[in-house]
Every structure is written in C-alpha cells, then in structure tokens.
Design a protein around this ligand. Sequence first.
Ligand code: HEM
Length: 361
Amino acid sequence: ATGGPAPAPPPQPQDVLTPLTGAAVFLVLTIDPGGERTVRDLLPDLAGLRRSVGFRAPDGGLACVAGIGSDAWDRLFAGPRPAGLHPFRELVGPRHRAPATPGDLLFHIRAARMDLCFELAGLLTGRLAGAATVVDSAEGFRYFDNRDLLGFVDGTENPEGRAAAAAVTVGAEDPAFAGCSYVIVQKYLHDLDAWNALTVEQQELAVGRTKLTDVELPDAVKPPDSHVALTGVTGPDGEELQIMRFNMPFGSFAGGGEFGTYFIGYAATPAVTEEMLRNMFLGRRPGRHDRLLDFSTAVTGSLFHVPTADFLDDPPPAPPVPPETGAAEVAEAAPAPTESPATATASDGSLAIGSLKRTPA
Ligand code: HEM
C-alpha cells in the first residue's frame, strides 16, 4: 500500500541447525583437475536430490549441508570471497597435533535413519564420479543418550533457539555473505583401552562433567585442563562465544578396531572454533593441553565455508580460467578436435580435453 518494492527476504541458510539425528554421513572430497564444471552443475541440484530421497521417508528428516573449502572456492567461483574462508590451520603442540588434511567439499548428511543418509551419499558421489574424489568418509550413529564412544553425553551445551542461529550465522560483518556459516571438521580416533583403564572419576575430571548424569562439575573441582574448561571461550565483554557441534561416534571392528568421534563445529566465524582448538592443543598455559587428547588423536582437519541455500541454487559465475588447472594454456596445446571428445578423454584422460569439451562453441 505504501508503494515501492518490497525488501528482499533474508537469504535462506542451509539446514545447519537440524537437531542432532540418529545417523549421519560425513563426506569430504577433493575436486579433481578439470572437475570444477561437474561440481558447479551439482550445486543447484543438491536441494532436489535431497528431496528425491527425503520425500520418500517424510519422518526421516533428511538434511544435507554442503561446504566449500578455501582453494576450491577460487576454482569454482568468480567474484568476492567469504571473509573468514582460509585453509584449516594445523596446530602443533608439545604433545598433540591437529593436522590439516585436504578437503574441497564437505557433505554433512543427517537423518533419523542411515538408509536415507547412505542413499543421498550415493547419489552425490555418483554425480561427482570422475570429477571429485572422496578422501574421507565416516558413518556416524547415535550411541544411547547421544553419548560419544568415551561414554559421555556429547552436545549438551550447544546454544538453542536465537542463540544457536546467532552462533552460526554470518551477519553484517560480511554483508555479501550474510546467512552463511563456517564449519570445521576433525576425525578423532580414541584409545578406548587406555580411556577405559581410567576410573569414572578420572574420566569426569578429563571431560569436566559427570558421566551418568551429564552435569557440569563445579568450578572448584573442574580442572583447567578438562575439555569443558578449555573449550569455554569468551569475547571482549566477557560474553560466552559459542559454536554448534553435531559430533557423532563412528567405528569398525576390523583390523583390531577403530573407534572415534567425528567432530563437526559450525560457527559464524572460524575464529571461535580455532580459539577452542588452540586451547585444546596448545593449552591456555604451556603444558596444559586438553586431557581428552591423551586418549583421542586427530587424524583429519578441514575448514569449509557453508554458503546459503540461495547461493547453491544460483551460484556466481565460474572464474574465467580455473587457476589451478591452467585450462586455457593447455587447451591451446591440445590436439585439433578431430577425435570425438569422448575418445579424446579416454585416450588422454587429461584436463586439457576436459576443458576443451566444455568450451562453449
Ligand atoms: C563439550 C566431547 C572435540 C568444543 C563437550 C562435552 C563432551 C565433548 C562430552 C560435554 C558435553 C557437551 O556440552 O557437549 C568431545 C569429544 C571430542 C571433542 C569426544 C573429540 C575427541 C571438541 C572440539 C571442540 C569442542 C575439537 C572445538 C574446537 C566443545 C565445546 C563444548 C564441548 C564448545 C561445550 C563447553 C561448555 O560447556 O561450554 N565435548 N569434544 N569439542 N566441546 Fe567437545
């Protein structure tokens, strides 16, 4: 009635804030040289693929969040970069190390049931066959009362409601990417024999909470090297800085057994998660690293930008030449296109032909 165009609705985030589910698949992929086009083509289809699987089981609550790594960003998109996006920073403490491992794409697939996660993971990796390589995958399951394999309830102190949205959503600090998020993943393997050799009281001092009842230990009792003490971080005004964690246990009995926690933490800025990680691995004071690390080894570490759902539906244009493939240069040196592109790709398998094939006529 007042005239003028209606203000644009705020961007639609991906389903980051899906409550903890019974099952999850974590897929980390690297994009093969020349695979950029296939990856770009998949992004607007992600929502439809999720519906194809999820609609068949409406109670399954299937959700999928896609993340994009720092190097991949420049290979996929022209235009501005998200301010907080950088490769995962390795941490090397006196005793424990948080390695940085490759990762261009993350798919965090969650549902009440593993069949839904598995089916969607299959569709996504099928679409990316020949264009991206799965470098890490974990199938996470709910263990009793949302416990990790250390036996402690994991996820209790996640923020809720408005605080949860504020913790994970980029706002005015990076207006071009408002509604986006960042996510850090790390795969941890536990030494369960060593852990289970501790008394329950010793375990509770390592975590900072009671095991059966999941209550935080009083400050007077909670050691400074407990996990909860080191991951509690505050801002300049003393306010608590929060992230959203959706850790899941995973494991296998083959080869003597491999038992772990897949850590996944979403935040509006990776700086908060990175401060927690520094506290854990380097200690707030030298020599006081997180006691959980004496029983848990980080074997992967990657950081991803989580664009909005709107971004995925309609991504920005591709960069003129994918910087890491040098496609333009190689295309010139490629043989004259007398063979069919399919034969050429098969005989050569190189990115040169791939990029030639994709050059618009
Ligand atoms: C709290 C387990 C790694 C951040 C907790 C709790 C458990 C737990 C049992 C207490 C209950 C809760 O509030 O969820 C683990 C395990 C890990 C792991 C088994 C891997 C081996 C991490 C990492 C970070 C992190 C890598 C951050 C970089 C937090 C935070 C809390 C927490 C922020 C809540 C602290 C508070 O009470 O305010 N974790 N965690 N965790 N963890 Fe972890």
